[in-house]
Design a binder for this molecule. Structure first.
Ligand SMILES: Cc1cc2nc3c(=O)[nH]c(=O)nc-3n(C[C@H](O)[C@H](O)[C@H](O)COP(=O)(O)OP(=O)(O)OC[C@H]3O[C@@H](n4cnc5c(N)ncnc54)[C@H](O)[C@@H]3O)c2cc1C
Length: 532
């Protein structure tokens, strides 16, 4: 019978082949009753730098029934979901539409396609191989394509990312998402790593392979096609959607069910939906900067003399400070051995984020350093007010003299509120480049002050934050959506069978939770088709 055994400790100098005997000792069972094992989680415990440990959760197959185990400390029944069974429909009058092919739209479309519903996928950006060209033009020449960039295009915002797959939510279907990613080209170890990470290089293949499976099942892709508006009938049910193609021609797609999985950057779309009276609400979010340090120095701090041990992953961190002024400052989306990237979707704006390749072998690590913003901080009278604040700040960060370069300041200078004039030992990774500017000239006063208070506090816990040469590049405004679109119990928005999903509608934050939300909504739609 299969069990999950947690908290299996293995010193880093030992080999995984010792795991069976460690488990047998833990469970007080004989070695001949241990059949096989598979890691389902592996993390590093480096609190004691002289004795760094791997900590495993293992799916083990034993010649025992759960009830007959003498000890069930750290043992639980196998509840992992690796497969989701869906019915196969034979007659479908109207195909469901999926708007946006990010992680949410991708997983929703995959399940709908497997149910033989032959979904139509509407995606404003280009196919990923063509998108890569536009992303590189932006990085090399500072020329932005507003429909094909780090946020928009096949694969969504997650495609050129660090590909971290950890999530704060607890959902039995997480292993399903990981398994699907592996089956579509991601490395096997994401299945068990504590902080699974795919890397942008692998993600691109995963996206292409999922698209090909959907196509092979009869799904239809409309790239470079932007959703503009929805059409409802007189009872408030979805009747169709209006899309525009590259040539600005509008056309109607008749459909009874559509998933709106547009991410959090489609401001033109949110504006259209608001004008059409779709119910939406303002939502609290965060604003801050990216901070860049030396990865090697971080590894030394986190791993001590083992910092070059190839068995250990590149080190990371997660920090949070609750300030006396009532603000919380926290690190987010930490990218070991990665680069800071520009993620604007509108002309003459600057926004930062972070990404890495699978090997995470670049010189710098980076992380967002964010301050929480409450609705009262920005709300005037529209649910889009948070979005308007983002826009104002992103425009402020743009300087005509340095098209799409990002404002940058050394941490030492930031703390003294003076403009930097040269770099120290950390060089900026951001392309198309940076220009020196005081962050206090861009950030709202309370954000700037909160960051200034928080950096020395974090430095007390994590030495690398003491480095005056560390760089802050700005600005980071899009860590989550400033809008939420309410859903009723069947997943619909204020228009029946029009389903807001994923990060843009505030049902997810990150690749994994967006994929899970796509799955959840797809299953609701499949259930409705069953009732028809
Ligand atoms: C550079 C970067 C790095 C990141 N790193 C990580 C990470 O390491 N780990 C992590 O968990 N998360 C990361 N994130 C966040 C993560 O990418 C998002 O949380 C996730 O992609 C959200 O998924 P989604 O499907 O809801 O939306 P998105 O991925 O944003 O996808 C939305 C899709 O909708 C399309 N679209 C928008 N408007 C329209 C329209 N009107 N008509 C048709 N199509 C439209 C867009 O082109 C896009 O393809 C990163 C984000 C960025 C930008």
């Amino acid at each position: 019978m299969e069990f999950i055994v947690n908290n299996v400790y293995l010193p880093i100098e030992k080999d995984e082949s010792e795991l069976p005997s460690i488990v047998c000792n833990m469970l007080k069972i004989k070695r001949e009753n241990f059949v096989s094992y598979k890691p389902i989680k592996k993390s590093v415990d480096s609190r004691d730098k002289k004795h760094i440990l791997f900590v495993y959760s293992l799916l083990v197959n034993l010649n025992y029934y759960y009830e007959s185990l003498k000890t069930n400390v750290n043992v639980r029944k196998n509840n992992l979901i690796e497969r989701i069974e869906v019915p196969k429909f034979t007659k479908v009058k109207k195909k469901p539409v999926v708007i946006g092919f990010g992680p949410c739209g991708m997983f929703a479309a995959l399940l709908l396609a497997r149910a033989n519903l032959k979904p139509i996928i509407v995606e404003r950006g280009k196919m990923v191989d063509e998108r890569i060209i536009d992303v590189n033009i932006f990085k090399e020449n500072g020329v932005l394509n507003v429909n094909s960039n780090f946020c928009f295009g096949e694969g969504g915002a997650g495609t050129f990312s660090d590909g971290k797959l950890n999530t704060g939510i607890n959902d039995d279907r997480i292993k399903f998402v990981l398994k699907e990613m592996i089956d579509h080209g991601a490395p096997e170890e994401i299945y068990y790593q504590n902080h699974p990470h795919v890397g942008t290089d692998n993600l691109i293949n995963v996206v292409k392979n999922i698209r090909e499976e959907i196509k092979s099942l009869g799904g239809k892709f409309l790239f470079e096609t932007t959703f503009k508006d929805y059409i409802e009938d007189d009872k408030g049910y979805l009747k169709g959607i209006i899309v525009s193609t590259g040539q600005n021609e509008e056309k109607i797609i008749n459909c009874d069910h559509a998933i709106l999985a547009i991410g959090h950057s489609a401001r033109d779309t949110f504006t259209n939906l608001y004008r059409h009276n779709l119910k939406m609400k303002p939502k609290a979010f965060s604003i801050g900067v990216r901070i860049e340090h030396s990865q090697e120095e971080l590894d030394k701090i986190q791993y001590g003399k083992e910092y070059q041990n190839e068995k250990l992953p590149r080190s990371d961190y997660k920090q949070v400070v609750h300030l006396d002024n009532g603000r919380t400052v926290y690190t987010f989306c930490m990218c070991p051995g990665g680069e800071v990237v520009g993620t604007p979707t509108e002309e003459k704006t600057v926004v930062t984020n972070g990404m890495s390749y699978y090997r995470r072998d670049l010189a710098n690590c980076n992380s967002a350093l964010l301050v929480n913003i409450n609705i009262e901080d920005f709300y005037i009278n529209s649910p889009l007010d948070g979005m308007y604040l983002q826009e104002i700040l992103e425009k402020e960060a743009y300087d005509e003299k340095y098209p799409y370069k990002a404002p940058c300041q050394k941490v030492g200078d930031f703390l003294l509120d003076r403009e930097s004039t040269s770099f120290g030992h950390i060089r900026p990774s951001y392309r198309p480049g940076v220009y020196f500017r005081k962050m206090s000239n861009i950030l709202p006063g309370f954000i700037n002050e909160s960051l200034k208070l928080a950096i020395p506090e974090i430095a007390k816990k994590l030495k690398i934050f003491k480095d005056p040469d560390a760089l802050i590049t700005g600005i980071e405004t899009r860590s989550s959506s400033p809008i939420s679109i309410p859903r009723d119990t069947d997943g619909s928005s204020s228009i029946k069978n029009f389903y807001p999903a994923g990060e843009g509608a505030s049902y997810a934050g990150g690749i994994m939770s967006s994929a899970l939300d796509g799955i959840k909504i797809a299953l609701k739609i499949i259930e409705k088709y069953q009732r028809k």
